[in-house]
Design a protein around this ligand. Structure first.
Ligand SMILES: CC(C)(COP(=O)(O)OP(=O)(O)OC[C@H]1O[C@@H](n2cnc3c(N)ncnc32)[C@H](O)[C@@H]1OP(=O)(O)O)[C@@H](O)C(=O)NCCC(=O)NCCS
Length: 261
């Protein structure tokens, strides 16, 4: 079913066994006459929030309303569980049409930047959880923060962006801070052999230091590169260019969508 998705690069085959055995999420199949024709997954990932992912319909059964029916069932199920909001990330136009027509609101758009590993420098500092909380006023007032729509666009699950989220990331070792706390990078679990950044705050010298330090960190960890998700038009674009990053994919964006339940 997934062989013809994304030119054979569908991640679903890789995560399939883990998804099937994960009791914390609902991995569902739709059948027509005993044959599986569709898949989807609902994963509660933060209080009141459910992440919707893995929607696939077998190519010979597309445009017959299978995806719409499955999505409606997922929304009903999330409502029945008194969840507050359903969120998801997508890059595909058919999916965008489906989700928008089902009432989902686009909250953030991101594009991919990439910086290759560089030898020789120091990785950025990882703040403690208590320090991370105190960095929130800086993040909340940093230039371009409104482009994130109040979420941290981690494409594995976009949580609300607040002091608690900074604290959570620090506890997981996923926060990097620049000199004087004047720049921050929020990391997420990567999909490949790289460091993945979901949000940048700050600008100028302090941010450039963090951006270089991430490239050094990739090298120190034996990873090939750093990928950074950034909303188009964000002021950090200039700092990314100045520190040797370029578009991994300038044409395509990923979007985070949300539906209030
Ligand atoms: C996206 C996908 C799940 C849609 O499945 P589907 O069963 O064909 O979708 P439906 O028939 O229920 O269509 C629902 C709506 O989606 C949109 N849509 C579906 N396919 C579309 C296409 N090829 N082009 C434009 N819009 C499309 C339309 O808005 C459609 O409503 P309409 O038929 O009233 O116009 C399916 O194409 C698929 O598996 N694609 C590959 C994987 C993928 O992109 N998954 C989504 C990742 S988030």
């Amino acid at each position: 079913m997934t062989q013809d998705v994304w030119e054979g690069h569908d991640y679903l085959a890789r995560v399939f066994d883990r998804w099937v055995s994960d009791a914390g999420a609902a991995f569902q199949a739709a059948e027509i006459e005993g044959v599986v024709v569709g898949l989807q997954r609902l994963r509660p990932f933060a209080p009141g929030l459910v992440w919707y992912e893995g929607l696939r319909v077998a190519s010979e059964h597309r445009r017959q309303g299978v995806a719409r029916t499955m999505l409606e069932a997922a929304i009903d199920e999330a409502r029945a569980q008194n969840l507050r909001e359903m969120r998801l990330a997508t890059r595909d136009l058919p999916a965008v049409r489906l989700f928008e027509s089902a009432g989902f609101r686009r909250i953030v758009e991101v594009k991919w930047w990439r910086g290759l590993r560089v030898e020789g420098g120091e990785p950025a500092r990882m703040p403690e959880a208590t320090e991370a909380r105190k960095l929130w006023p800086f993040v909340a007032s940093s230039r371009g923060i409104e482009l994130y729509g109040g979420v941290s666009p981690d494409l594995n699950g976009a949580r609300d962006l607040d002091a608690t989220e900074l604290e959570r990331l620090a506890r997981s070792g996923l926060l990097r801070v620049g000199p004087g706390g004047r720049a921050l990078a929020l990391l997420r679990e990567p999909w490949g052999q790289n460091i993945a950044v979901s949000l940048l705050a700050g600008a100028g010298g302090a941010l450039r230091e963090v951006l270089m330090a991430l490239r050094f960190e990739a090298d120190a960890d034996g990873l090939s590169h750093v990928t950074i998700n950034l909303p188009p038009g964000h002021p950090a674009e200039e700092d990314l260019r100045a520190t040797g990053y370029d578009f991994a994919d300038a044409e395509n964006s990923a979007y985070v969508y949300a539906l209030k339940l």
